[in-house]
Design a binder for this molecule. Sequence first.
Ligand code: 0O2
Length: 242
Amino acid sequence: MDKIVREYDKNNQVDSWETLIFLYNAALKEVSTKLDILNDEFQNVHRYNPIEHIKTRIKTPESIVKKLRKQGHEPTIDNMVKYVNDIAGVRIICSFTSDIYRLAEMIGKQSDLKVLSIKDYIKNPKESGYKSYHMIITVPVFLSDSVVDTKVEIQIRTIAMDFWASLEHKIYYKFEGNAPEYISRDLQECARMVWRLDERMLQLNEAIQACLEEQEKQAAGGAGKDTDKDIEKDTAQAEKSE
Ligand code: 0O2
């Protein structure tokens, strides 16, 4: 991709940083459209939306440079492309944990996307208590005379996981990563409460679905009986009139 960025720069006389951001923005648009379509299709087939909402963002230049320095790399355009996987980020917020895996599977099956790596922080939460499903993918961005496979980080999490992560992120930044022990412990305890809440909500949803299916079955059975009765009535009437 870095070669294409340079080629693109040569032809279009834009500065590299601008080109880079242009490509990552285009990649975010591509992925967002794909997710909208998947969500609409799911609604159409199953009468259910797995996605509550989607957020997209481009990492700030300061944050990109900080990440590169932390990894021991110079902040060059080449290094940004090579080593920073989350310059373009999409966050998908779902209702239930089961939706996360369903969506991850649907994304993995898109033939034009390449999944580079997966980190399942739901099965293996971080020490902080952080839970989320991360995928690094590439999406082809079609330009006038070339196609550029562009990296996007997709984070998939429930509303509850997002609530915790957003607050923890703010607190972490307030203390610049050096939060006092008792605050970290409290946050871990809150994370456990969030996990329990997610489990309860999932169980509740399964119970609701089972209950609705049972009601539908009963209604269909009832409707069947009426039809049988109607047929009997009709047959008796026909016999009478003969
Ligand atoms: P921001 O502001 O969200 O961008 P890699 O990207 O795979 O090369 P990295 O960066 O170690 O390596 O990836 P990781 O840990 O899989 O994911 C990093 C991102 O996940 C973070 O981005 C956060 O968005 C989120 N994240 C990871 N751990 C935590 C955590 O303990 N708490 C919270 N709240 N979020 C977490 P950035 O760059 O840190 O921030």
